[in-house]
Design a protein around this ligand. Structure first.
Ligand code: PRT
Ligand code: ZN
Length: 304
């Protein structure tokens, strides 16, 4: 018997995304690619799903884990960093949250890194003993310090963490880094990564109640389809049987191809979904290996 969520009294799935911020547009684009659309509300906080029983809630990213935990929302799109911080915070408080990562979504990539001033040497976490670390991620920072067996002061800041060492508030910081430009502008260098992050689809720990689970699984299947074909192309070509092995050796990023004989010819017609970039150079190598009639086609939708 699988555990399922407490009844919500709803029969429409609710998914929370960031209202304004880095993840808002890509989250909407992903759900749009899954064929969902919404009637915008005047306050732009709650959008009623037009063509499926999936409504959208537009909120601050930090509220998303709590909304899932309380059952007010079923799913959410949020940075792994936010989800992991709030999960760690609840564990440290002895009341684990009812939410977890369901899928990594491949956008909003960044890492939670420990950084120190450029003019300091870095040997190991042990040198943080008795020092101060400024961060907006206190639970993850404390958990990491504990793993390292280091006791340090965690100074909690909600913004402008990078400036803390210059203000004399801390000797190190722990913050999100993507390009590294903000650290460099503040004469800081990353020395250790605590977490690799990206946007994730979050949902409850347990199975959703049956009224909502069907819609959630439909959405998951579509998300999986969209993720699978992102940056993928369908490669179609023909090749003599004895060249097939060499041609496939040149396609390590392709899914197992489909092949069928060409009427009145010794050739096989083949098609394969390629997950890497199919450049002109690759096409020329395939041709030299014996393939002909090469065509690269965009893939719009896929349902496994
Ligand atoms: O208003 P709300 O609370 O909803 O938004 P927010 O201000 O808390 O979040 P937002 O929109 O800034 O970020 C949302 C999510 O985007 C984060 O939780 C991460 O999962 C992800 N993300 C990806 C980032 C970055 N990259 C990022 N670079 N979030 C923040 N940054 C910041 C970082 O904090 C630092 O100040 O950008 C700066 C570093 O960037 P680089 O490129 O200079 O290294
Ligand atoms: Zn936030």
């Amino acid at each position: 018997m699988s555990l399922s969520s407490a009844p919500s009294g709803r029969d429409r799935l609710r998914i929370a995304i960031q209202k304004n911020g880095r993840l808002s547009d890509p989250a909407r684009a992903l759900l749009g690619s899954c064929g969902l659309s919404w009637r915008e509300s005047p306050d732009r906080l709650f959008c009623y799903g037009d063509n499926a029983a999936v409504d959208l809630l537009l909120v601050r990213d930090d509220d998303i884990p709590g909304l899932i935990d309380s059952g007010l929302c079923d799913l959410g799109i949020v940075g792994r960093n936010v989800l992991a911080e709030q999960a760690s915070e609840r564990v440290q408080d002895g009341r684990p949250g009812n939410f977890r990562e369901w899928r990594a979504l491949g956008f909003g990539g960044c890492r939670l890194s420990l950084a120190i001033p450029n003019d300091r040497d870095w040997q190991s976490p042990a040198q943080l003993q008795g020092r101060r670390i400024a961060t907006s991620y206190p639970a993850l920072t404390r958990a990491w310090l504990q793993e390292q067996g280091v006791t340090a002061d965690v100074v909690v800041l909600t913004g402008s963490v990078e400036i803390a060492p210059r203000l004399g508030q801390a000797e190190a910081i722990c913050d999100l880094v993507s390009s590294g430009a903000t650290l460099a502008a503040n004469q800081l260098k990353p020395v250790c990564d605590l977490l690799q992050s990206e946007a994730v689809l979050a949902g409850p720990l347990v199975e959703l109640e049956p009224e909502l689970a069907g819609t959630a699984h439909m959405l998951l299947r579509r998300i999986d389809g969209v993720l699978r074909i992102r940056d993928s192309k369908l490669l179609m070509f023909q090749a003599p049987r004895d060249a097939v092995a060499e041609v496939l050796r040149l396609l390590p990023d392709a899914e197992p191809p489909t092949s069928f004989p060409v009427d009145g010819s010794e050739l096989l017609a083949m098609q394969a979904l390629c997950h890497g970039v199919v450049t002109w150079q690759r096409l020329e190598e395939l041709k030299r290996a014996g393939a002909c009639g090469l065509m690269v086609l965009p893939v719009e939708r896929m349902l496994a």
